[in-house]
Design a protein around this ligand. Structure first.
Ligand code: DGY
Length: 325
């Protein structure tokens, strides 16, 4: 029997061809939401599901009784009810590693752009407002030699820290459940308590996954503890930051600036105060968005779903479920 999969994110012809060599594919190149009737109908017979950025609920899983594997084209799995999937014996796969360096580049881009006010000043030039010499009111702050505080020290956090320590001579502080002696030796990084990191870091860089524990982690009390010269960087998930508290902290001068790739609501609503603040760099969730990396992510997701549905251990399983084959 040829297994059936539902693919719901824009894929290139060569991706679809690979999938069609193994499965019957119901492909939705655009999908407004999970209630699309044709999508729900296709799910009823699907053994595999491949896509990203769609919250998967237990109610949706009830409509997919044959589902064996979900292959997400993302490293983050906050859109999936992981325990529920495991309980239903559904294997979840994701795409770690292939996006680490690109996402770290984005993190460093935000550090540089927010410290040196690159977006604000580039806009000034484009709008014909560079009419006199640059003076103190246009100055930024240095990045090299400063203290980089990593909230979370997983693969991407480590890659940002490597750029900071080895490329920019930064001191690195990090919080993590366990110490990382090899990185401490390589980068001179120091493991510390969250509060100490907040008090000492010039750049507080958020790299933790979104979970029940990390939702709203960066709240008003956190911003009060940070230096008034500090810059917040978020490349993780928007909901890790209490956005209202952040806007208040940026407006009142409690913290200096922010560089954000992720938001509580995406796309960021046009009327969000964050869109109007000169001391905030806003990117449209482009952490991994390069041609090379998105290709690698799609390929990893395809390899995952093929292996999972053909009974082999896929390259990047997330939960502990044996492929049924
Ligand atoms: C990921 O892979 O989790 C990125 O944030 C894109 O969603």
């Amino acid at each position: 029997m040829t297994k059936r999969i539902v693919a719901f994110r824009r894929l290139k012809p060569h991706h679809l061809e690979q999938l069609r060599n193994h499965f019957h594919v119901d492909y939705f190149d655009t999908l407004e939401g999970p209630d699309d009737p044709a999508f729900r109908e296709a799910l009823r017979n699907a053994h595999g599901l491949l896509g990203a950025s769609l919250p998967i609920t237990p109610e949706l899983l009830d409509d997919a009784p044959h589902l064996e594997a979900i292959s997400s084209i993302s490293v983050g799995v906050d859109n999936y009810p992981v325990e529920e999937l495991t309980r239903r014996n559904i294997l979840l796969c994701h795409t770690p590693d292939v996006l680490t360096e690109t996402t770290a580049d984005t993190g460093f881009l935000l550090i540089m752009a927010s410290a040196r006010r690159a977006v604000e000043l580039a806009n000034m030039v484009k709008q014909g407002q560079w009419t006199s010499g640059i003076g103190e009111s246009h100055f930024g702050t240095d990045v090299h030699g400063k203290t980089l505080g990593m909230v979370g020290f997983g693969r991407i956090g480590q890659a940002i820290a490597r750029r900071g320590a080895l490329g920019f001579g930064m001191s690195v502080l990090y919080t993590h459940a366990s110490r990382k002696p090899a990185l401490e030796a390589e980068l001179g990084a120091t493991h510390c308590e969250f509060e100490a990191l907040l008090e000492q870091a010039d750049f507080v860089c958020v790299n933790v996954p979104l979970t029940a524990e990390t939702t709203g982690l960066m709240d008003a009390a956190v911003f009060k503890r940070m230096k008034s010269s500090a810059i917040l960087i978020n490349i993780a998930r928007g909901k890790v930051v209490d956005e209202e508290a952040l806007i208040e902290a940026l407006s009142s001068g409690e913290i200096h600036a922010a560089g954000l790739d992720v938001f509580a609501q995406e796309p960021l609503p046009g009327d969000s105060p964050l869109t109007r603040m000169d001391n905030v760099v806003t990117l449209p969730h482009i952490g991994s968005a390069t041609h090379e990396t998105r290709e690698a992510m799609a390929q990893r997701a395809i390899d995952n779903v093929i292996d999972a549905l053909e009974g082999r251990r896929p390259p990047s399983p997330y939960n502990d479920v044996t492929p049924r084959g």
